[in-house]
Design a binder for this molecule. Structure first.
Ligand code: 13P
Length: 252
């Protein structure tokens, strides 16, 4: 049985002061939902304060990005060990990083390996653009992203990662995928590729989330799908009542 998993990706929102207020508002209710693995991913500048607030609560902290080198002359970047000081998780390969910061599959692969080296759990994002979707290229794109992103991992490493299927056309648009449509992509392209690469046991063990315009109103449509284990939530993770209700809906 895969434990349900819900993470909030705050993206570039909230100062440290605002982050503190947001965590304090949501925390009591979120703490009660221990059946779900719950993770908050604030911007770098709030990781320290958020991780302090979450210590001992059962919730985890995640970064939204990371450099792959251990240290050095990389102005403006943050290393795996720096992230690891405050986090258990790191979002890698988000479509906004692929689009605005030219992150490639090969670069994301380096970051995933670097995260695993310091025992951070990658939340590895994949998904096709609207254009790719309309050209019936979803299978090709998603399979390539899985293969190149996870190339060279051992079975043991692969088993521990979390994958988020986030169709780019569904992110921040209010146009979520359908539950059955997302489930089919996870089953036919993502888990089947994991099986091909790492075997059946790994394919069955990896948590795969859906992301893209998840709200309290549509979350159950995804959580009731057999292949979907939770959600990576953007906009709705900034609204305390919404996020709490999404987490509650993930209880199996
Ligand atoms: P929205 O939930 O705002 O569509 O964002 C999804 C996302 O990109 C999470 O990583």
């Amino acid at each position: 049985m895969r434990k349900p998993f819900v993470a909030g990706n705050w993206k570039m929102n909230k100062t440290a002061e605002e982050a503190t207020a947001l965590v304090k508002e949501m925390l009591p209710e979120l703490q009660s939902v221990a059946a779900v693995e719950r993770v908050l991913c604030p911007p770098f500048t709030s990781l320290m304060i958020v991780s302090a607030l979450l210590t001992g609560t059962g919730l985890g902290t995640g970064a939204q990005n990371m450099h792959w080198e251990a240290q050095g002359a990389f102005t403006g970047e943050v290393s795996p060990r720096m992230v690891k000081e405050f986090c258990q998780y790191v979002i890698l390969g988000h479509s906004e990083r692929r689009t605005y910061f030219a992150e490639t599959d090969a670069l994301i692969n380096k970051k995933i390996k670097a995260a695993l080296e310091v025992a951070l759990t990658p939340i590895f994002c994949i998904g096709e653009t609207l254009e790719e979707n309309q050209a019936s290229r979803t299978a090709e794109v998603v399979i390539r992203q899985v293969k190149e992103g996870l190339a060279g991992l051992t079975q043991e490493q692969a088993k521990g990662i979390v994958i988020a299927y986030e169709p780019v056309w569904a992110i921040g648009t209010g146009l979520a995928a359908s539950g059955t449509g997302a489930n089919a992509v996870v089953k036919d392209y993502i888990r089947s590729t994991l099986e091909e690469m790492f075997g059946r046991q790994v394919a069955d063990a990896v948590r795969v989330l859906y992301g893209g315009s998840v709200t309290a109103a549509n979350a159950s449509e995804f959580f009731e799908q057999p292949e979907i284990d939770g959600a990576l939530v953007g906009g709705a993770s900034l609204k305390p009542a919404e996020f709490v209700n999404i987490v509650k809906a993930a209880v199996r």
